[in-house]
Structure formats: structure tokens, C-alpha cells
Design a protein around this ligand. Sequence first.
Ligand code: SF4
Length: 494
Amino acid sequence: MVSFYLVGHEYEFEIRNIFKIFDLNSEIKIYYDNNINFDCSNLIVLSEIIESLDSYSCKTTLYLNRKVINHITVSSKDIELEKNDEKKLKKTVVKKSLYNSFSIYFNEKAEYGFLTGIRPNKILAMALKNGMSREHANLILKKTYEVSDSKIELLNDIYDRQIKYMDDEENNGNYNLYIHIPFCPSRCVYCSFVSFSNYDQSIIDEYVKNLTCEIEETIKIAINNRLKLNTIYFGGGTPSVLSTKNIDDIFMVIKKYYNLNDVKEITFEAGRPDTINKELLKCLKDNFVGRISINPQTMNENTLIRISRNHTVADIEKIYYLAKNIGFDSINMDLIIGLPDETPEDVLNSVRKVIDLKPDNITVHALSYKKGSKLLNAVKTLSKDTDTVEKMYHITKEICAKNGYKPYYMYRQKNIKGNLENVGYALEGKESIYNIVIIEEVETILACGMGAVSKILKGNNRHERVQNYKDLREYNNNFKKNIEEKYNILNGGD
Ligand code: SF4
């Protein structure tokens, strides 16, 4: 156990996140005073804010077995942020001091420094929006947040790729329709999404009946608020468990209000090859779906069995060619690095096999230990496996680059292996608009379906969220309340 004594601040959440950069397992106890009880644990951290006339600093002192082993002081005068924000400045001073103290203790530096949020690229975007030069913004990433040069390069590459989709006026006037299908043919061991693998067609039919009602009412709310439909995204779960009738029913409702040909991008996650056939793909094509995801996660048979996916590598290849022949504009394939017992050679095999298929997008996820996943329940201690996963990461990065796939969006998750990120790569001109606008949080997402989350843009980069019911029965009985919540936020002014 590690004991933290906080004096002059209460940044418990931030403290926990910084510690997790180095140690995912130890229990943490927080005290809000400086009366240290040296009997409570071997490793003790004192984090105190010290005020002076025109500034303040944070001093972190690390004690091991009652002895001071290091102390680091960071002053507010030495910190430059991407924007003026007193509250953020104070947190940054505390986090930086703590991070540097742990860096010495664990003899480790993190690629993202002490950034632990989901979207490190927002710092670069904010700095540039505030009129800073590129050099100045990069200096803040490096000096203030201690981000490595290679990650700064990645953030810049992604920023440049996304810039053509960033237009305040257009982004503010758009909305994107997300449709959630919470059923999967079997449960993958690493997954924590709310989805069911015990279902029959009658359960899906009842769900789709309610879902189409929610979609129609949501569209009406959007139209009344003069929002323009930009993209449609079917996610899950596994949307391809739907019957062609279910799919036609959903599109029928949308077609009452929109010419689907005019929607910039319609994506359908046909994630699991064991749910896809020619009839389904044709139905999607007839409904103007232009982008689909066929997700192998790995191209190694043994791993597919280990992670409980009921399909083979040959199934993936067969379905991929079927989809290619039907003629979708863009096919995405997801891979995960850091899967149980996989080696860098396995990842090399997977990425080569995927590249041979020539998909338009490849999304590489670093495995994260998600709450509620079978994987997290099965492991006693979480391993960051930094070296191995980094090797895998570089393999995917290099092979993608060599074959013309460039990064166009990224995000990070909690408890991620190697403290890395998930990166979406795309061939030139094949970026997914939905992925960019949802990750960068620049447009409204109106989400329908069980467990779906709407994010409604309310000016000044502020979003209001509507979390739909996460339980199937509750959703079926009460989804109209979720519609009402969206209505109230959109009609409630800023
Ligand atoms: S990873 Fe995808 S297919 Fe597997 S259980 Fe989760 S949502 Fe379903």
C-alpha cells in the first residue's frame, strides 16, 4: 500500500492517475493532513502546496521506510500552459512535481509525460487556437507536460490530417447520428462494452422497434434545432447481428427525413465475420452504407480461440473479399496489440496479413484492462508490459507507414498496456469523419439505443451528455425518457 498525504490541495483523482502511470496495482490511501503515520506503509508521499507572495509551488517528498528518498519542487512561475487557466495551473504544478518524483523512484519516464487524459492532442489544438506558433505549442508539450519527441510528432501529424475537418461554424451546425446495437455472437475476453450474447431474434426485433422510434424522435429534435446531419454510425456490440429486415426498418425511418445519398459518411461496424454474409452486405450497400468495419483483432488462430472469437483467419479473409467485391468506399480493420500470450512476431504476422488485404483504414488498439472484462477478472496483477507492447506498437507503425497508412486520429484509455494509445491509420483521403469529430469532440453526437451516450455541443467547447439506459429491459420500457432528455438539452439554450 502507498499512503499519500495532501496538504493545500485535494487533487486525489489526479494523484491516483499519476501514480498509475508507474504502478497499476498498489493500493492507495489518501490523507488530507501532514501528520504522517510512518507505520501505515513503507512508501509514503507528501504532496504540499507552498504559497509565496506572487506565486506558489508544490513540493513532493517521497519517504521509503521512514527515510526521505527524494523531494521535488515545481513552481507555478516555471509552468506555461496552452491557455490561461488558474485551476489547471495549480493541478499541473502538483502533477508535475509528483510525476518527477516518481520518475526518479521508478527510474522510468512515460512517453506522454504526465498527461493521463484521453485526448492529449487537445493541448496542441488549444495552443494553436490561442494564436501560439507551432514551435511554441510543441515546446509546451515538451517542457510543461514532458511529452516525448516521437509523441509530439504523432500529435502534429494527426493535427495536420484533421485540419480540413475543423471549421467552427460548420462543426457547430452539424450533428452525427450514433445507433447502438448491444448484441454480440459471443463475448470477447477483453471487452467491457454493455452487450448481450444470449438473445434470439424476437429480443432483437423488440429492441429495433423501440430503437427506430427513438431514432425518429431524435431526428425530429435535431431538425427542429436546425442541426445538419453529417454522418451516421452503427456501433456496438455487433450491429451485423441484425437481420436485413431490422436494417431496412432502421434506414426506412431515416429515409423519411434524409436522402441517404447526401449523408457524408455512413459507417456500419460489421465487426465479427461470423455475423456477416452476402445478403447482409448487399442490404448495407443498398442502404448507402459506404464504410464498414471487419475486425480481426488478430490474424493468429490460437489467439482468436484464446480471446473467445468464434471465427478463423480464413473467415476474415473470405468476408473481406466479399465486401470488397460488393464495392464499399472504405473498409476498416481493427487490430489489438498486447493480447494474451501474443509476441511481437504474432503482431508482425497480423499486420502483414491485414496489409495484404489492402483495407482503407487500419485501427490499432493497445489492449486495455477494462472494468467488467473477463480478462481483468482473470489476471491478479496488471502488467504494463511496456517494452514488449512498445515493440509491437513500432511494428504496426512502421509497416503502416511503409504501405501509405498515416495516423489520422488517436485516443488513450485507462489501464492501457504500455501506457500507449489507440491509433487510427488511413490511406490518403480515407479518414473516417465520424471518428475525427467524436474523438475531438467538435460536433454534436445524438446517440440512440441502449447504453448510448449523446454529447451535445453547447458552445465554448462545452458538451452536455445524455446517458441512455444501460439495461435492456429498462431501455425498452423507458427509452422515451432518454428522448426527452435530449429534447430538454437541445431546447434549453446555452
Ligand atoms: S469486442 Fe466487440 S464483438 Fe467482442 S464482445 Fe465486445 S463488442 Fe462484442
